[in-house]
Design a protein around this ligand. Sequence first.
Ligand SMILES: [Ca+2]
Length: 492
Amino acid sequence: MLKKIIILTILVTSIFVVKDVKAEECNKKVGPGKQYPSIQEGINAASINQTVCVYYDTYNETVNINKNGLTLLGMSNNQGKKPVIDGEYKLPKGSLLEKGDFPSGTSYGYVRYALVTFNANNTTLDNFEITRSRGRVLLANELSNITVKNVAGSNSRKNSSFLRVKNLKVINTSLISTNNFAPFTRDSNELSWGAAINTRGSKGVLFDGLIVAKTWGEGINPLFSSDVIVKNSVSYDNWRLNMYSDNIINGLFENNLSFHTEQRPKGMPKSDGMVLRVENAAGGQGGVESGNVNKNIVIRNNFFINNSTAISTGKQNTNYKNENIQIYNNTIINPEIKAIQFNRGDNDTGFVKGNIIIGGIIQGSTGLNIKDNLYLDPGLVDAKAKMTPGQTNVGNYKLKSGSSAINKGPKISGLTKDYFGCLRDSKPDYGAYEFGGTNCDRGNGTIPTPPTPTLTIQDPTPTPSTNNKYDVTGDGVVDIMDIVDLIKYIFR
Ligand SMILES: [Ca+2]
């Protein structure tokens, strides 16, 4: 008995030692029984380059990260729950954005508030759940070196995030809507769109390990940006489209899963898996000023399952270009309309090779080299299987032993791994999956799972956003804040 107590004492002591070591990295502590009761008080007390640790609790406040080099670190409780920033659809109120202005010619000036707003460079947000924002989840404008990781964002009333940053990293993060407040119309301003993550005018973007789902608008939505990587991410049931490339210079979209389930709001169509669009640059975007081009875009090792069209393109002006688009070794399963659709007469350039395409055709443009793709089921585990909400397992769409796709794919420069990060052998297979691939850096058939929201508070009846032109703040009421925002906007 005494021995057990001693062992237990040692165990408990060592646990506390571990905790203390971790706690020493905290310059300021926020939470029940800590130095500061609110997150903002902790940030206000911190110096530059410090770490503010936020212990598990629910915080009904807006957060302004306004100290250079600050890390805001959520400390999970013993059950692994992250601290929660909950706006209860009442917060934020007014504007928290101090840094820079939004691109001219857009309506973004009206939506300049979020539950967490970055107003300083070299800052990190790590390990939070952020939910029920009256505005956005995250906002950063004209900043550099911003990192967001391990964040579970859900149910914001506006676009989940607007991040206009030089050197932006968003890692292991989810943005999911289960309540959509905006009307699904595309003829109004951003309030009606509800996209998940928007990079308008960023340079150096890494999206790694995202789950983005169920927004009315675009899911993973880089636009007017350069040097963009979107990988290891899952995007599903976003009702405008799952992944976007609009005016991107140098984009790599790899190892992603884009799909639609059979669950959809009444009357809603499935949307496209990925869209290469070139729309008018509104000017002053930051990353890509006036390219009117998608250029040097690689789309490889992705699974596109049951989308409307898996990969499509669209342009506001036929002179705009998709230039050097490389679409290879994707697995495209049963799109409703087409597998890949470019506009026939356009002078888009690039190639489409090594893809497995089941149940759809490719419509190319004159400059697109389309060859060495497989158009029949080469022997997948179960190509007819449907995806379900939240599913990240693509085991049904792997090649079976003896598949005719094994070792028959074209050799393409730069193709060394597959969807799971496994090394391909010297005879690459068609599609996103290499049979018998080795040294898998995403594990054998599993992928890291970004956090899902855990908060289970009963939502109030959502107030639909209005299109009232006097409701400048978009909060559904016309009040003094609308006048304040309008004056700020005029004199910005
Ligand atoms: Ca092979």
